[in-house]
Design a protein around this ligand. Structure first.
Ligand code: GLN
Length: 501
């Protein structure tokens, strides 16, 4: 394996600054890696080699000319395929959008281009970001580099597997109920769901607009912080975008500390009933924090019990409305049902052929929840639960600076294990969904390997709205404590990927 691809983003920045590596060498090394393993691991749906190499060459030229460059210039990145790009297809993992090339770049993509970061390609996801395993992608699942018979998490399993398999140092994800954090947990990587509104959603193909949030995916906390600093900020194109800056995440990550911080263990998410190895590592982390000057307190969030139920009413309701625009007239695929083709029949035939089973399930559920007679009973009730969850968070943050829980109940499961059991699949997000319902930030970092299966487990830290920097400060410190204990980086435990197996 070419050692270049094992470097973190911050290391690549230094190696370019000192002249030891060029942006072209770095980009080529990653493209070679993709050519070598993507056939097996399916992280990328589209690889944009030429465009990436052109940006890299531009960076090298400018550097040689003595130009002052943006911090992450020349660091390659992967982008989830639910963000629009003018130079590559954007499918959102669905057949209904196959071949569609958008007319505009998502704001996040524009920011990456302005930073001169070579975009390696677009990563796989469950169709319209509905799922936890990538098994609902219309283009086949991505695989977990730790064990290619297992899921890399979802919906952002393309981004997590790309970063975990060294096919990209950084990636962009989106998190509606856990799609950045769950994949991070099961691949031993880092993912952050920022405060709602911290990063523009303009150009993100909406799943559930009141829950969706774009965020960074990386192999360490500092890299995620550096990337968030590039993509965050107010955007007039997104009416929910926060007007103010939340400060420098990189500065917070560089000043990591847990001393004197109060960590709230959520009674309902303390790991009870989770996979034993996940719970064991979690308890060890609590002890590690205490030993390093942090205080552990218990907080009670009784309404979290209803989070999944509320989420699976609010999300399908919003999704059914957001997906109504895929009607065969404006985007992508069109199916002609033959004779007597009316516009309604063309739409119906296209949606029947273009959407997969999970998308159809949620459209039906959402349309029902919004129908007159059901609206108050289901959608209205779910919105009330949402308020109760926000109040639980408020009460918890009166007692604790950050909250802590395992990111997910289990390590990566095998393909096929949950795909036919929607409820089992939905339970993966039991710990991540509350932050989406409340609009608050959450970061997932590796928490060691579970004893039973030797696979990565994750720990999640949660903070009040706008306190993203606090999360980076605490997560960076915890990461350093972990690595000191383990004696190496999390990814150094990963077995060598069996290519072609
Ligand atoms: N797994 C969750 C779902 O299926 C989360 C999806 C997401 O965050 N995009 O809805």
């Amino acid at each position: 394996m070419n050692e270049i691809i094992k470097k973190n983003a911050s290391e690549l920045v230094d190696l370019m600054a000192s002249g030891e590596l060029s942006a072209t060498e770095i980009t080529k090394a990653h493209l070679d890696r993709i050519a070598e393993i993507n056939g097996t691991i399916n992280s990328y749906l589209h690889v944009t080699s030429e465009a990436a190499l052109a940006v890299a060459a531009d960076v090298d030229r400018r550097r040689a000319a003595g130009e002052k460059l943006p911090l992450l210039a020349g660091v390659p990145i992967a982008v989830k395929d639910n963000l629009t790009t003018t130079d590559a297809p954007t499918t959102s993992g669905s057949k209904i959008l196959e071949g569609w090339i958008p007319q505009y770049d998502a704001t996040v993509v524009t920011k990456l281009r302005n930073e001169l970061m070579p975009i390696l390609g677009k990563t796989n996801l469950d169709e319209f970001a509905m799922g936890s395993s990538t098994e609902f992608s219309a283009f086949g699942p991505s695989r977990n580099p730790w064990d290619i018979e297992r899921i890399p998490g979802g919906s952002g399993g393309g981004s997590s597997s790309a970063v975990a398999s060294y096919s990209a140092p950084l990636a962009i994800g989106s998190d509606t109920g856990g799609s950045i954090r769950f994949p991070a947990a099961v691949t031993g990587t880092v993912g952050h769901k920022p405060t709602y509104g911290a990063i523009s959603r303009y150009g993100l193909i909406a799943l559930a607009s009141s829950l969706d949030q774009i965020g960074p995916v990386s192999r360490n906390v500092l890299d995620a912080a550096l990337l968030q600093d590039v993509i965050a900020g107010h955007d007039p194109h997104d009416s929910t975008s926060l007007p103010e800056s939340l400060g420098s995440m990189a500065e917070a990550a560089r000043n990591g500390s847990v001393k004197g911080m109060r960590f709230g263990v959520i009674k309902q998410l303390s790991g009870e009933g989770f996979q034993p190895g996940v719970k064991k590592r979690f308890d060890e982390t609590l002890a590690l924090l205490t030993a390093n000057g942090a205080e552990i307190v218990e907080v009670d969030c009784p309404s979290f019990e209803y989070a999944i139920a509320a989420y699976y009413l609010i999300l399908p309701a919003e999704a059914s409305s957001n997906l109504a625009k895929f009607d065969s007239v404006r985007f992508g695929m069109r199916v002609n049902p033959g004779e007597n083709a009316t516009i309604e029949r063309v739409m119906a035939a296209t949606r029947e052929a273009g959407f997969g089973p999970e998308v159809k399930r949620r459209i039906i559920l959402g349309t029902y929840a919004l129908s007159s007679g059901s609206y108050d009973k289901y959608y209205g009730a779910a919105q009330k639960v949402r308020t109760l969850i926000q109040r639980d968070f408020e009460a918890a943050f009166a007692k604790a600076d950050v909250l802590i829980s395992p990111t997910a109940p289990t390590t990566a499961f095998k393909f096929g294990e949950k795909v036919d059991d929607p409820l089992a699949m939905y339970l993966n997000d039991v710990a991540t969904i509350p932050a989406n319902l409340a609009g608050t930030p959450g970061i997932a970092i590796p928490n060691g390997l579970a004893d039973e299966d030797g696979l990565p487990s994750g720990v999640q830290l949660l903070a009040p709205a706008r306190a993203d920097a606090r999360l980076y400060k605490v997560a960076a410190a915890l990461e350093a404590l972990h690595e000191a204990g383990w004696g190496k980086r999390m990814m150094d435990f990963a077995p060598e990927l069996k290519v072609g197996a």
